[in-house]
Design a protein around this ligand. Structure first.
Ligand code: BG6
Length: 481
């Protein structure tokens, strides 16, 4: 074990997303967003991918957990005070696009929506917590999906630009750290959340995924341009889902397949957003997916913009690694982040089948740092587990502490390897609605929220054992794990 110190300015904190915790889904003029119509359950993505899906709700049949979230909209002062008590140096959250532009295509923002984020940001600053803002975290205004068909439509570039302009203009002197799109590359597996694409509006046609990505790359560069023109010191990152990808064995066929899976799933989006140009393997990757470059609608002006405004750092989520084996078709498979894959015999998995691999995080940090030579920020990591509170609502979550300890240790080792790591914001620092299944029962937090899968409960907050543990991790700057 290394005794390397974490940097003095290391950003310890936690991460959330508006749609998964705020609730108040129609308060103060907020419009419907895509996650507002996502039903609860392990089949939520499947239900939305029914070819007949028409983006409407059926409250007689389904629960819509994002409507109430954990009612953070009305509890944010209490929640931020708890984060401050843990010693957070930063707090990563997102701005719900449909609070600011309820339909997504208006020309003027909704003042009441902005007021909420004014107060939230000021509350963080009151405790010297640096806000880290994801501009778009899986929360497209529903109208942009229904009327425009999601991100495959170039009009969304302009709508996003207007949204980014409003929030960057308003908060640039209070917020230094930003990210443009959460897990932009997740569309390789599930384009619904980041691109607003389901089978009914074209998700099965891979051309649409690549067109949507291109439009998002342009939109992301526009946000970087706006931000840097306001203040060159702003740090605006990309955010990718990273699952360290191994070949199952030394068979060169599997090694090649793992390399190609890495290009397709982990690196493609970041290659464009960080380096400012499409990678050399683009044509062959697209060809493997049955897409020709000539199928895509792009201009030289857009490519120039992408080249001129790359991101400043690489934010990434890390929950699991994945294994590639292409020579057999009877491999044991596992679940995980809607990615799945071949079972790794060396790893244990979470209650939801996500393979736990702290060494994979050290590898990820090295791979990203070597490839891009820019700072990296672990903006999501954590263990989704079933917590069982005692009669006093106390959860002795040693399993979560073990998971986090091992991953923090891996970050320390990567720092020792020479990687410039900006910070660590474990996911769901307070229990919230799961993105992949919509459950409350899948908990990540240091803070237990008394609420069940049906959205029933007192909504009271209780500190788990991991709360005290993380408090002393931060207090000792990671010395005491
Ligand atoms: C990431 C997302 O994929 O993983 C979060 O950015 C999400 O929004 C997190 O909540 C954990 O996934 P889940 O499905 O357990 O909530």
């Amino acid at each position: 074990m290394t005794t390397t110190k974490f940097p003095e300015n290391f950003l310890w904190g936690g991460a959330t997303a508006a749609n998964q915790l705020e609730g108040a889904y129609q308060a103060d003029g907020k419009g419907l967003s895509l996650p507002d119509i996502m039903p609860q359950g392990r089949q939520r993505i499947e239900i939305m991918n029914d070819p007949q899906f028409d983006f409407s709700m059926d409250e007689s049949k389904y629960v819509y957990p994002n409507h109430v979230g954990i009612d953070h909209y009305h509890h944010f002062k209490e929640d931020i005070a708890l984060f401050a008590e843990m010693g957070f140096k930063c707090y990563r959250f997102s701005i719900a696009w449909s609070r600011i532009f309820p339909q997504g295509d208006e020309t003027e923002p909704n003042a009441a929506g902005l007021k909420f984020y004014d107060e939230l940001i000021d509350e963080c600053l009151k405790y010297k917590i640096e806000p880290v803002i994801t501009i778009s975290h899986y929360e497209l205004p529903l109208n942009l999906v229904k009327t425009y068909g999601g991100w495959k439509n170039k009009k969304l570039i302009g709508f996003f630009e207007r949204f980014a302009q409003v929030v960057l203009n308003r908060y640039h002197d209070k917020v230094k750290y930003w990210m443009t799109f959460n897990e932009i590359n997740s569309a390789a597996h599930f384009p619904v959340m980041s691109q607003g694409l389901v089978v009914a509006n074209g998700a099965n046609n891979r051309k649409n995924i690549y067109q949507a990505w291109h439009n998002q790359f342009v939109a992301s560069s526009k946000a970087v341009k706006i931000g840097h023109e306001l203040d060159p010191n702003l740090q605006i990152g990309c955010m990718i889902l990273y699952a360290t990808t191994y070949s199952y064995d030394a068979n060169p066929v599997n090694q090649l397949a793992a390399l190609q899976a890495n290009q397709a799933n982990n690196f493609f989006c970041a290659d464009v957003q960080v380096r400012g140009h499409y990678p050399a393997y683009t044509k062959s990757l697209l060809a493997r997916e049955g897409v020709a470059l000539s199928d895509l609608d792009y201009t030289q002006e857009e490519l120039d913009l992408i080249a001129k405004y790359p991101v400043d750092y690489i934010g990434f989520s890390y929950y699991m690694s994945s294994v590639v084996e292409v020579t057999k078709d009877d491999n044991d498979t596992v679940a995980g982040n809607l990615i799945g894959g071949v079972k790794n015999p060396f790893l244990k998995a979470s209650d939801w089948g996500w393979q736990i691999d702290p060494t994979g995080l050290r590898i990820a940090l090295n791979e990203l740092s070597d490839r891009y030579q820019k700072p990296v920020f672990v903006v999501e990591n954590g263990l989704g587990a079933v917590d069982e509170p005692d009669a006093n609502h106390y959860v002795a979550d040693d399993y979560r502490i073990d998971y986090l300890r091992e991953h923090i240790e891996a970050i320390r080792s990567a720092i020792d390897d020479g990687v410039d790591v900006m910070g660590y914001t474990p996911w769901g620092c307070i229990d919230l609605v799961s993105a992949s299944t919509g459950e409350m029962a899948k908990r990540y937090g240091f803070i237990y929220v008394d609420e069940d899968n049906a959205g029933q409960g007192t909504f009271k907050r209780y500190k788990k054992k991991s709360f005290d543990w993380y408090q002393q991790v931060i207090a000792t700057n990671g010395d005491n794990l």
